[in-house]
Design a protein. Structure first.
Length: 49
């Protein structure tokens, strides 16, 4: 999640908020949260103007 926040130049709190709102799809492996490149690209496509 830190890597995604860094790539998007936002805080990890902003990334968490997008996940909680259902805007950003994640895959959970135990306590770990993974975001696939495809899901990130889809998120960006939906939220860029």
């Amino acid at each position: 999640m830190v890597e995604v926040a860094t790539r998007l130049a936002v805080s990890t709190k902003t990334v968490r908020r997008s996940i909680t709102q259902g805007d950003l799809r994640v895959h959970r492996l135990g306590r770990q949260i993974r975001i696939s490149e495809e899901d990130l690209q889809a998120f960006l496509a939906r939220h860029r103007g």
